[in-house]
Design a protein around this ligand. Structure first.
Ligand code: NDP
Length: 341
């Protein structure tokens, strides 16, 4: 299949790109600059340009940003991963909401106008568009699934960057479903809703200082930042980046994924468990790690049973993905971080 992948320089997209190539697809990926295109190209020296090529899209928040990039004959599928995921914002609307929402509606409009051969569009949404932040992690009587929507409002979105990020994913995914309903395009969509994504980074796009957001807690743990206290904040569910990337590719390959949302999570984890996996597998990092008596990083309340419940059955049944385990994910991430250190 000929596939367009937006944001090919991203943590998740780098794995999507490799699985697309492994599955024999032809990939055209958008990045923001020629230097990022060159880095990806150089990391795939045996892949000919007939199989991997690039389009430069500097800012997806601009109306019409994808119009030129999507004029591709015979394009069959699009995977839209590009969207800001960080909390380093000065203007929530400009830095988070606009690129997420205009990026999503812009790519859908461009596909409809310029790439009529596209049959499936996969969009990287998030558990952020499912979770109800006001209910907290200990809403133990509730089971989250694809049926849930984050009720966040625009007013709440503007209160702080964390709300802003969650709202950016919620509003963008809602806009995509509204587009399908109103515009009735030639293609179907599938949305991917992962919680915290963990796993190895690709060395050619990264440094420890400029690491994607979801791997920063593992970096902080292995570099000594948690030595005197493990942070309590954050989410308690996760998925491995390779499993999530495979879900993206299966969602363009499987007819049954049409017009479905997927809540993609393997299960629960705590920050303390990150430290324990590193201790067990990397004895050379022991002096950087929090001691067993250091406080914080545990499950809230009485432990895992106090947390909200999760239903990932659609992902397993429709996409057929088997998850690879927390220990392997952290071990492979730490190995990849040591390699760029
Ligand atoms: P990264 O920060 O590694 O990737 C984000 C990608 O989006 C990069 O390619 C980035 O380009 C691109 N991008 C951001 N803003 C713009 C813009 N204005 N114009 C053009 N490109 C832009 O993050 P992830 O790989 O983790 O995230 C990818 C997707 O997955 C996002 O949609 C995110 O919301 C979603 N997600 C991630 C989770 C996680 O835990 N990692 C959890 C749930 C969802 P550049 O590198 O050049 O800045």
């Amino acid at each position: 299949m000929k596939v367009f992948l937006s944001g090919g320089s991203g943590f998740i997209a780098a794995h999507v790109l490799d699985i697309l190539l492994e599955h024999g697809h032809e990939v055209i990926t958008s990045v923001r600059s020629q230097s990022k295109a060159d880095a990806i190209k150089n990391a795939h020296p045996d892949t000919p340009s007939s199989k991997l090529s690039f389009k430069i899209v500097p800012d997806i928040a601009q109306e019409g940003a994808f119009d030129e990039a999507l004029k591709i004959d015979g394009l069959e599928a699009v995977i839209h991963t590009a969207s800001p995921f960080h909390f380093n914002v000065t203007d929530t609307k400009k830095d988070l909401l606009d690129p997420a929402i205009i990026g999503t509606t812009g790519i859908l409009k461009a596909i409809k106008a310029y790439a009529p051969s596209v049959k499936r569009v996969v969009i990287t949404s998030s558990f952020a568009s499912i979770v109800d932040g006001a209910k907290g992690n200990t809403w133990s009587e509730h089971t989250y699934s694809e049926a849930d929507w984050n009720p966040v409002t625009l007013e709440q979105a503007l209160e702080n960057p964390s709300n802003g990020y969650r709202a950016s994913k919620t509003f963008a995914e809602k806009a995509a479903w509204e587009f399908i309903e109103k515009e009735k395009p030639n293609f179907t969509i599938a949305t991917m809703c992962p919680p915290l994504v963990i796993g190895p980074i690709v060395h050619y796009l990264n440094s420890l200082d400029a690491l994607n957001t979801s791997n920063q807690r593992t970096r902080d743990c292995m570099t000594g930042k948690w030595k005197n206290g493990i942070p309590d904040t954050g989410t308690f569910i996760w998925v491995d980046v390779r499993d999530l990337a495979l879900c993206h590719v299966l969602a363009i390959e499987k007819e049954e994924a049409a017009n479905k949302r997927f809540f993609i999570t393997e299960g629960y984890f705590s920050n303390r468990e990150i430290a324990e996996v590193i201790r067990k597998n990397f004895p050379e990092l022991e002096d950087k790690l929090p001691g067993k008596d250091v406080e914080g990083g545990d499950y809230p309340g009485k432990g895992k049973e106090s947390l909200f419940k999760i239903d990932n059955s659609r992902t397993k049944e429709v996409l057929g993905v088997k998850f690879g385990g927390f220990e392997k994910s952290i071990v492979d991430l730490v190995k990849s971080l040591k390699a760029v250190q």
